[in-house]
Design a protein around this ligand. Structure first.
Ligand code: MG
Length: 257
């Protein structure tokens, strides 16, 4: 009887051990775009005052003065930027991909003006979507949010999917919007984490949208920000694949800080 009990006990322990080996824990759910999109609160609408177009300050690096895209190159080919320059502005070519500055930068003050066509169509993110990528990796969203809601952390002036702007300062389609962006580049630890994270201040049409916001990492469409060590990087302008009419840029200059 004793022997029988002992073998039953051994069997139970063995079964228990093998059950423990095979024990499976829940896996994190696969990330989907909507998991990182927040629709509330929507930023309040502030109507911008009239601001005269600024010409570049004397110590600025002029990245576009209305004449040509010589300061830029194509991301796709590495050759000359091939978006169309016309009447002192240039327009995104949706067949040609993103463009980047030839020069790389650390911390800077950037001035850039952009305009969505008067007859723009589409909703949410599919309406005049572009973006300014700081050091080629941190996107300040460009989007037509004039009477066009989207997830609030993907609105014009957001660090894409990281922060809701403090206001919606959009001008109407067909009118020019002005971004003034003050960016401090990060410093990295040896293990690749931020010692000093990047920070950014963004004004649209003279209204503060981001006030010294601490950037958490790369601006991903799907998933969370990634922190990867990098040095100086170019300014990149996004060719977004949405079907709405292409947006235009003018008067782009940068001052190194
Ligand atoms: Mg964008």
């Amino acid at each position: 009887m004793k022997k029988l009990l002992l073998s039953a006990l051994t069997l139970a322990i063995a079964v228990g051990a093998s059950a423990q080996q095979k024990k499976e824990y829940p896996k994190p759910e696969a990330m989907r775009p909507a998991m990182t999109e927040f629709w509330t609160p929507q930023p309040k609408v502030v109507t911008p005052g009239d601001i005269k177009t600024d010409s570049a300050p004397s110590d600025a690096i002029v990245l576009f003065d209305g004449k040509d895209l010589s300061a830029w190159k194509s991301c796709k080919t590495g050759g000359d930027a091939d978006w169309k320059v016309h009447n002192g502005v240039f327009t995104v070519d949706k067949t040609k991909g993103d463009i980047v500055t030839r020069e790389s930068f650390g911390s800077f003050q950037l001035h850039i003006e952009w305009c969505v066509p008067k007859n723009i169509t589409g909703t949410s993110q599919a309406r005049g979507n572009s973006g300014v990528f700081l050091q080629d990796r941190y996107e300040i969203q460009i989007l037509d949010n004039y009477q066009n809601e989207t997830y609030a952390n993907g609105q014009a002036g957001s660090v894409y999917k990281q922060v809701i702007p403090l206001a919606n300062a959009m001008r109407k389609p067909g009118e020019w919007n002005v971004y003034d962006i003050i960016y401090n580049a990060p410093v990295f630890n040896e293990d690749g984490t931020y010692k000093v994270p990047p920070t950014v201040t963004v004004l649209q049409n003279g209204i503060v949208l981001l006030n010294n916001f601490t950037i958490r990492g790369t601006t991903e469409y799907i998933g969370h920000p990634q922190v990867k060590p990098h040095g100086d990087g170019p300014i990149r302008l996004q060719m977004h694949g949405d079907p709405s009419e292409a947006i235009s840029f003018r008067n782009i200059w940068l001052r190194k800080l």
